[in-house]
Ligand binder design. Structure first.
Ligand code: COA
Length: 250
C-alpha cells in the first residue's frame, strides 16, 4: 500500500483515505492498485464488515491523473490498474461507504455509484467532464446513472458534464445524506459502523439481492473501456489533456 492511499481500521470498518492532496487526490495506477488491495483485504478479513473511502478535507478526488491518460493511451486499458479496480468494485462483497468533502470529479464521482451508501458535505461538487476531455463515460456509469436518475439527468451529468451540488446529488440519488464539512468524516464513519454492526450474513445476502447479476455491468465496463481507450488516442483528447497540463504549469 502506497502512502497516497492510507489504510486504517476503526473497529470493524476498514478506512481507505486518498492522500495525494498536492494533486487533488488525482488517482495514479499505484493508487488504483492500493484501493483494489484495500478492497481485497476487507473481503478476506473476517474482522472487517464494511469499507469506507474518504478523501481529504476540501477534495475527495480530482479523477484519473491526466498525465497517466497519456501513458494509458500508449499501453492500452486492458489489464490496467483502472480496470482491475473497477472490477474489484463490482466483485467487492462487503458494504462500501463513501465520505465526500469537496470535488468528486471523473472517477471521483463514478466510484460512488458502486458504493452502498454515501455521505457528502454541503460544499461537495460532483462532475464527470468526460466529454469535455473528448472521452466517454467509464466505470459502468453509462449503465448505472440512467437507471439511477433517468436519461435526461444522466445526459446532463455524463455528456454535458454539468456540476451537481451536494443538494442535487442527494435529490438525484447519487448520495444518501448531506452534512456540514466539519462532521463529514464522523458521519461517514458512523454510517459505516452502523452497517458493520448489523448481522453480517443477512447484510451480504440482501446486498447481493439488491445488486443483482453483475454480468451486464461487467460487460458495460469492458465496452466503455474499449471506447475510452480509442478516445484516449484521438487528437481531440490529447489536445484537451495538453490544455489542462499546460494550464496547471502556468
Ligand atoms: N490529473 C493530474 N493532475 C491533476 C489533476 C488530474 N486529474 N487534478 C489536479 N491536478 C494537479 C494540477 O495539475 C495541479 O498540479 P501542479 O500544482 O503541479 O500544477 C494540482 O493538482 C492542483 O490543482 P489545481 O488545478 O491548481 O487546483 P484547483 O483547486 O484550482 O482546482 C480541480 C481543483 C480539481 C477543480 C482542478 O484541478 C481540476 O479541474 N482537475 C482536473 C479534473 C479532471 O478533469 N479530471 C479528469 C476527469 S475524467
Amino acid at each position: 500500500m502506497v502512502d497516497d492511499v492510507l489504510m486504517r481500521r476503526e473497529g470493524a470498518v476498514l478506512v481507505l483515505t486518498l492522500n495525494r492532496t498536492e494533486k487533488k487526490n488525482a488517482l495514479t495506477g499505484a493508487m488504483y492498485d492500493a484501493l483494489s488491495a484495500g478492497l481485497a483485504e476487507a473481503n478476506a478479513d473476517a474482522g472487517i464488515a464494511a469499507t469506507l473511502v474518504l478523501g481529504q478535507p476540501g477534495i475527495f478526488c480530482a479523477g484519473n491523473d491526466i498525465k497517466d491518460f497519456l501513458a494509458i493511451a500508449m499501453s492500452g486499458m486492458a489489464g490496467s490498474p483502472v480496470i482491475k479496480f473497477l472490477k474489484a468494485l463490482v466483485s467487492n462483497a462487503k458494504p462500501l461507504v463513501a465520505g465526500v468533502d469537496g470535488g468528486a470529479i471523473g472517477i471521483g464521482t463514478t466510484m460512488i455509484l458502486h458504493c452502498d451508501y454515501a455521505v457528502a458535505s454541503e460544499r461537495s461538487v460532483f462532475a464527470t467532464p468526460f466529454v469535455d476531455l473528448a472521452l466517454v463515460p467509464e466505470a459502468g456509469s453509462s449503465l448505472i446513472v440512467p437507471e439511477l436518475m433517468g436519461h435526461r439527468l444522466a445526459f446532463e451529468m455524463l455528456v454535458m458534464g454539468e456540476r451537481f451540488t451536494a443538494a442535487r446529488a442527494a435529490e438525484t440519488g447519487l448520495v444518501n445524506r448531506v452534512v456540514a464539512p466539519e462532521v463529514l468524516e464522523e458521519a461517514a464513519l458512523k454510517a459505516a459502523a452502523a452497517i458493520a454492526a448489523k448481522p453480517r450474513e443477512a447484510v451480504a445476502i440482501s446486498r447481493r439481492l439488491l445488486k443483482g447479476d453483475p454480468a451486464a455491468l461487467l460487460a458495460r465496463i469492458d465496452e466503455e473501456a474499449r471506447l475510452f481507450a480509442e478516445r484516449l488516442k484521438s487528437a481531440e483528447a490529447r489536445a484537451a489533456f495538453e490544455t489542462f497540463l499546460s494550464r496547471s504549469k502556468s
